[in-house]
Design a protein around this ligand. Structure first.
Ligand code: PLP
Length: 375
């Protein structure tokens, strides 16, 4: 029950366990062709979705270095660990970074983006860069609204980390006008780590023509060129592609709407269960991520609780990062997760708190509240 690597279905594991095939073979090209179409479906786009063999951060970095140029002014939203990462990547390439910061656990305020964009008469801002679902705090940012303000500006690109929102809630790339969408295989895709995905709009490709940041392995123009021939510029994670085809088939069989509503039910059930057992949500309910719920333990050592839940129930919860270590724990409900997983996790936490004499409610109230939501 961590937000990544997430559980992998057996059909996907079996596909990955097949013997690798030549990445220039006709057989493999067929797989690339099919997965490309499936990826467009998942991103709700007619534009390119390119596959990089690397972790999610590779897709983030690729998004920046393929669309921007030295000294470009960019605005990064930062309300958690992954917002911070965007700032670090942008600074590593010596972009002129301005940060819109928000306290951890709170969503980014879209109005701050609107103001800064409206005040940019000289159209100096080249990109707005942010994280959609901030995994470190369990907060979902209002990407749709911020994207509207970027469209109104007319010049800046919008580059989004959708690593824990894609495949969990609606991210209609074309409809929202997103220019770069980055994601990674070990999250909503129900795959092991190793592949990352970058979707690029026409506007992003236009910016690519003049982008002068250094790039080689992550040069997306090479990936696009190869993609036209259903191929890759380098040797991709061939076996992960076998799994990708299967996991996307599973997603297509379930349907986007059903996937989104499953995640939102699981978020609601988790929130209800946590509150009913007397713990507090770290992020406000209204901005809770569909992928992960962060819980404040109020005086209880979250690391001790995590350890006890793992030892007794073999359920792994995520801890807090940086200053939140020991203060919060996080329940992932992303990807291949069903009602049983949610009830088991809530029951395990509740029972463990009870066994440690730390439960602040009657035993069973958490599970009852979660069940009611699921039912
Ligand atoms: C997991 C994650 C990433 C990617 O991290 P990698 O370790 O590089 O795969 C990026 N952003 C968010 C919000 C994530 O949850």
């Amino acid at each position: 029950m961590i937000p990544g690597p997430t559980p992998v279905p057996e059909t996907v594991l079996k596909a990955i366990g097949s013997h690798p095939i030549g990445h220039r073979s006709k057989e493999f090209q067929e797989i690339v062709k099919r997965t490309t179409e499936q990826l467009r479906w998942l991103h709700q786009t007619t534009d390119d979705v390119l596959v990089i063999t690397g972790s999610g951060t590779a897709a983030m970095e690729a998004g920046i270095i393929n669309t921007l140029s030295k000294g470009d002014k960019v605005i990064c939203g930062d309300n958690g660990k992954f917002g911070e990462r965007w700032v670090k990547v942008a600074k590593a390439y010596q972009l002129n970074v301005e940060v819109i910061k928000e306290e951890w656990g709170k969503p980014l305020n879209p109005e701050r983006f609107r103001t800064i964009l409206e005040d940019d008469d000289k159209k100096e801002i080249k990109a707005i860069i942010l994280t959609h679902s901030e995994t470190s705090t369990g907060v979902i940012n209002d990407l749709e609204t911020i994207s509207k303000y970027v469209q109104a500006h007319g010049h800046a690109l919008i580059i989004a980390d959708c690593v824990t929102s894609l495949g969990a809630c609606n991210v209609p790339m074309d409809q929202w006008g997103l220019d770069v969408v980055a994601s990674g295989s070990q999250k909503g895709y129900m795959l092991p780590p190793g592949l990352s995905f970058v979707a690029m709009s026409q506007r992003a490709w236009k910016a690519n023509q003049t982008s002068n940041l250094p790039k080689f392995y992550l040069d997306l123009a090479q990936y696009q060129k190869a993609s036209l021939k259903n191929s890759n510029p380098f040797t991709p994670g061939v076996n992960l592609y076998f799994g990708l085809e299967k996991s996307l088939e599973m997603m297509q069989a379930e349907g986007l709407e059903a996937i989104f509503s499953r995640h939102s039910r699981h978020r609601a059930a988790t929130q209800a269960g946590i509150k009913a057992m007397g713990l507090n949500l770290y992020a406000e309910e209204s901005c809770g991520s569909p992928a992960i719920t962060a819980v404040t333990t109020q005086g209880i050592d979250a690391e001790e609780l995590r350890k006890a839940v793992r030892e007794r129930f073999d359920i792994l919860l995520a801890g807090g990062q940086d200053h939140l270590k020991g203060k919060i724990f996080r329940i992932g409900h992303l990807g291949f997760v069903n009602d049983r997983d949610i009830l088991s996790a809530i029951a395990a936490i509740e029972s463990t708190l009870h066994s440690l004499s730390l439960l602040r409610s009657e035993l069973g109230e958490g599970v009852a509240a979660a069940s009611k939501v699921l039912n």
